[in-house]
Design a protein around this ligand. Structure first.
Ligand code: APR
Length: 224
């Protein structure tokens, strides 16, 4: 069965009402990333960091997968589909996709600050100071912050090298090492880039740009 690797970013969830980071009015225009999404921020003001993610988690609970997520899930009928996402929402999974690798963590999860293998799904949605892991340490958002390593990167490289086709959707390709994944795609493998804007990337190869929103651009790929 032919394999498709989907590499998605915040634009994938834009039509579900989730703000992107670098578009006009995006998240990083409203928040200083060093104040809410870095280990230094967590050290300095854990409550502010907690509030930032609690707010995004609360918003996520109001959002539904959009047609783009559903179209990608539908591709599993005819293809072996592996998603590598920079998104921390669970909309790919909720749309029915079964193989999703989160490079930058998951908003609905928290992890121990003394043992990163201890990861918990947040039931209510709120994470508070005083919420401890089974080893008695404060829980933190299960998010890869700026300046932290991306533990799933090696797995992502191996996955993207196996794709017979790569679909890049809704990412500005400005954040590394994630954006560097494109350099691991074999030159003969077709790459489709779906984005109303034209992300800047240097990867050579067999690239087709579809300058449309995710739901429209993915329609043209769908086999229905
Ligand atoms: N459909 C498809 N693409 C869209 C849509 C849409 N409806 N709306 C916006 N886009 C595109 C924008 O043109 C842009 O290229 O989505 C991209 C969003 O880029 P960013 O906001 O930079 O998001 P992303 O590339 O996912 O950021 C990567 O940066 O802040 C970190 O960890 C965070 O995972 C994130 C990483």
């Amino acid at each position: 069965m032919k394999s498709i690797v989907v590499f998605s970013g915040a634009g994938m969830s834009a039509e579900s009402g989730i703000m992107t980071f670098r578009d006009m009015g995006g998240l990083w225009e409203r928040y200083d990333v060093t104040e809410v999404a870095s280990p230094e921020a967590w050290e300095k003001n854990p409550q502010l960091v907690m509030d930032f993610y609690n707010q995004r988690r609360k918003q996520l609970l109001q959002c539904e997968p959009n047609k783009g997520h559903t179209l990608i899930a539908g591709l599993e009928k005819d293809y072996d589909v592996q998603i590598i996402t920079q998104n921390v929402d669970d909309l790919h999974e909720r749309a029915g996709s079964t193989k999703v690798l989160h490079l930058h963590g998951e908003l609905k999860k928290a992890r121990s600050t003394v043992d990163e293998s201890l990861v918990y799904t947040l039931k209510g949605g709120e994470l508070k100071l005083g919420d401890y892991c089974e080893k008695g340490s404060q829980l933190r958002p299960h998010i890869v912050w700026f300046g932290e390593a991306v533990p799933a990167m090696d797995q992502a490289i191996s996955l993207i090298q196996q794709g017979d086709m790569v679909v890049v959707v809704g990412t500005s390709l400005q954040v590394y090492p994630a954006a560097g994944l494109l350099n691991f795609i074999k030159k003969t493998v077709p790459i489709v880039v779906i984005d109303p804007d034209t992300p800047k990337f240097s990867a050579a190869g067999n690239i087709t740009a579809i300058r449309k929103k995710a739901s429209e651009g993915l329609q043209s790929l769908s086999t229905d």
